[in-house]
Design a binder for this molecule. Structure first.
Ligand code: ATP
Length: 275
């Protein structure tokens, strides 16, 4: 379980990015973190693994107070926090398998990581994970030969190879088309449920968050202004989070996306009929 208590972050510039943020995420729960640009979503995700140092408050993962750890212990704790990124952060010239195994780098001794000699159990686990994310046929391909959706699947497998107790996911679908975005969100949520992993997903696409997350936390100017089930995201709540103008624009964009997808499906049908 992840427990965030009264988390506050003031950057050196004086920007107050988070104010008194508190919530707990139980095992297997996927939280969609939403809010307008500058609301503090990235800061919150980064404060959890202390890539950004919180100014006050605490972050606990199971029995470990992450906010009190010193460098060596913090490094060990970070191994247990899997991260999935918008731009996948793969090593392009390495194979899919090597990228997944790099999730173990925090665990293997330096000489082993240098020679890339991983224990058989790690390799067996990587094969199982590649199978789970639907990439077993691609294990030996170079990462730069994959599509965006496939790359993100590698990113997911790499995070899981770490044996994490928590997943932090930063805009996982921002570089993907709508259909692939839904597949990736579905995969992340299914995996979290199967393995009892708590997850926080920073996601700007409200429709996608609503469709897949178990719970939504809405940030506005660094404060939690909504914390509840996806069904609770009423117009009034969305206006509270995004303000009138932004929310209208976002719904318009979602409607346009949907229309574009429908058009693509029609085109595909026409082409099939013409064959
Ligand atoms: N390194 C930094 N130094 C100073 N201020 C920062 C820094 N990073 C973020 N901020 C400020 O903190 C606030 C929250 O930013 P943050 O990036 O966490 O928001 P966000 O919700 O993730 O936005 P976006 O959706 O645009 O990524 C903003 O006012 C931002 O300008």
């Amino acid at each position: 379980m992840l427990s965030v208590e009264n988390l506050t972050k003031v950057y050196r510039t004086g920007d107050k990015a988070l104010t008194d943020v508190s919530f707990t995420v139980p095992r297997g729960q996927v939280v969609g973190l939403i809010g307008p640009s500058g609301a503090g979503k990235s800061t919150l995700i980064r404060c959890v693994n202390r890539l950004v140092e919180p100014s006050a408050g605490s972050v606990r993962l199971n029995d470990l107070d992450i906010t009190r750890l010193r460098s060596g212990d913090l490094r060990r704790a970070r191994r247990r926090i899997g991260m999935i990124f918008q731009e996948y952060a793969l090593v392009e010239r390495l194979t899919v398998m090597e990228n997944v195994l790099s999730g173990r780098l925090g665990y293997v001794p330096f000489w082993r990581s240098f020679t890339r000699r991983f224990p058989p159990a790690d390799i067996a686990k990587a094969f199982r994970l590649l199978d789970r994310v639907g990439l077993s046929a691609h294990a030996d391909k170079r990462a730069d030969a994959l599509s965006g959706g496939q790359r993100q699947r590698v990113g997911i497998a790499r995070a899981l190879e770490q044996d994490p107790d928590l997943l932090l996911v930063d805009e996982p679908t921002a570089s993907l088309d709508p259909k692939t975005s839904r597949q990736i969100m579905r995969l992340i949520v299914e995996i979290c449920r199967e393995s009892g992993l708590p997850a926080i997903i920073n996601i700007h696409d409200v429709v996608l968050a609503q469709q897949f997350a178990d719970r939504i936390i809405g940030l506005q100017a660094g404060r939690v202004v909504f914390d509840g089930p996806p069904a609770g995201l009423t117009e009034e709540v969305l206006t509270r989070i995004y303000g009138e103008e932004d929310w209208t624009a976002m719904r318009q964009a979602a409607a346009e996306d949907e229309a574009a997808e429908a058009e693509q499906r029609d085109e595909a049908k026409k082409m099939m009929r013409a064959l």
